[in-house]
Ligand binder design. Structure first.
Ligand SMILES: [Mg+2]
Length: 391
């Protein structure tokens, strides 16, 4: 039995070239603040945190977090790292409870739970490497031959630009496409028409034999969404994602109960009990926890069991290997979100630059290797010159 001897958190700040932001490319929770400052500033991020958990025998498990990476690094360095040193990584459920309960007063949501998630993901990678098995095999094995993915980009832009992007993406045969809205409550009726025009335009390109997902990123409110849902229905969206802020669970419930368009959400919810509330009260028709925020793979598996019992499909937020392994191992996770490989723009594509091993979709599918132990990623040296790294 080998024990955890160190936890190393590193902050990765991208200093390389970025694609310049283009206007209001996605509604977000800051929109209601009107003209005070840059509403998009909380949407873009060009930093990431990696968390390497090493055992006495020199095996290293890799976890990561994209939410508030510098704060999460501090939390790992000062609180959570010291809590796990000396533990047996196969006591993962105990370690999770220890991190959760010893910081419960402040750590159960937000930065604290994100730090727990990063360490937990690293521990699962470690367990895979120590047993010589891919993580999905430890989670129950292969429930699908390969993972269907949906293309997730199509930020709000000029209609012809969005149509060209959709047409280009279509060449890879995706069975689903997610687009973002640029207008919300402050843009009134004219903005509603701009939103609808783009949904129609994307449908025009992709047709009606594939799924179309619509993303609000918490940039709408209850009243606006209630007015939009009937107008959106004729475009047969697979779901409307995060229409209202994450705390407005009652709002999600009301919108989902309307039964016009399935409501999805959960990428800003934390832990098992937080997600249980979304599932059991039918606040969402599709749950999208983010594994590196919700409590890592240990919490995600518990949430998967609850969701499966309530027959709520789970489609974890974002690409990344921890999500793909969970999707592979759970029949109730039918499809994965997929961020196409792209120049650094929003920031959610940065993991392609930090790690080696994240698969690229072929013909709309991803594959995981049955013989690659752990999560199957390593920290890359390909782009080191474009990062400033803080230890
Ligand atoms: Mg989302």
């Amino acid at each position: 039995m080998t024990k955890i001897k160190s936890v190393r958190a590193r902050l990765w700040k991208w200093t390389g070239p970025t694609v310049p932001p283009k206007g209001q490319f996605c509604t977000n929770a800051s929109d209601l603040l009107w003209e005070k400052g840059d509403a998009m500033s909380s949407f873009r991020f060009h930093q990431w945190m990696t968390c390497e958990v090493e055992t006495e025998d020199g095996t290293v498990g890799i976890g990561n977090a994209a939410l508030a990476p510098s704060l999460v690094k501090t939390a790992v360095d000062e609180v959570y790292g010291p809590l796990v040193i000396g533990e047996d990584p196969f006591d993962y459920a105990y370690i999770w409870e220890k991190m959760y309960r010893k910081t419960h007063a402040w750590g159960r949501k937000g930065v604290g739970m994100t730090a727990i998630s990063a360490i937990d993901i690293a521990i699962w990678d470690l367990m895979g490497k120590l047993t010589g098995k891919p993580v999905f095999k430890l989670l129950g094995g292969r429930t699908k031959e390969k993972i269907p993915v949906y293309y997730s980009k199509l930020y709000a832009d000029d209609v012809d630009v969005m149509q060209a992007e959709a047409a280009e993406a279509q060449k890879n045969g995706y069975t689903g496409y997610k687009m973002r809205f640029g207008c919300g409550p402050k843009d009134g009726m004219a903005g509603m028409r701009e939103n609808l025009k783009r949904v129609e335009a994307v449908r025009e390109v992709i047709g009606y034999d594939v799924d179309l997902m619509l993303e609000c990123y918490m940039g709408w409110n209850l009243d606006y969404t209630k007015r939009m849902l009937p107008k959106l229905a004729k475009y047969e969206p697979r779901w409307l994602e995060e229409p209202v802020i994450a705390d407005d669970v009652e709002g999600y419930r009301e919108l989902n109960a309307m039964g016009i368009v399935p409501i999805s959400g959960g990428e800003h919810e934390f832990s098992v009990i937080g997600c249980k509330d979304l599932i059991a009260t039918k606040a969402v028709s599709v749950l999208q926890y983010d594994t590196n925020r919700v409590g890592g793979i240990t919490a995600a598996q518990k949430i998967n069991a609850i969701a499966e019992a309530f027959q709520v499909p789970v489609i974890p937020h974002a690409g990344q290997m921890h999500n793909y392994h969970l999707t592979m191992a759970n029949a109730n996770c039918m499809i994965s979100e997929y961020f196409p490989v792209f120049d650094v723009e929003i920031g959610n594509e940065l993991f392609y630059y930090i790690f080696d091993g994240d698969p690229e979709a072929t013909d709309g599918y991803l594959q995981l290797d049955d013989d690659l132990p752990g999560l199957g990623i390593t920290i890359s040296d390909r782009h080191l010159a474009d990062f400033e790294i803080e230890e």
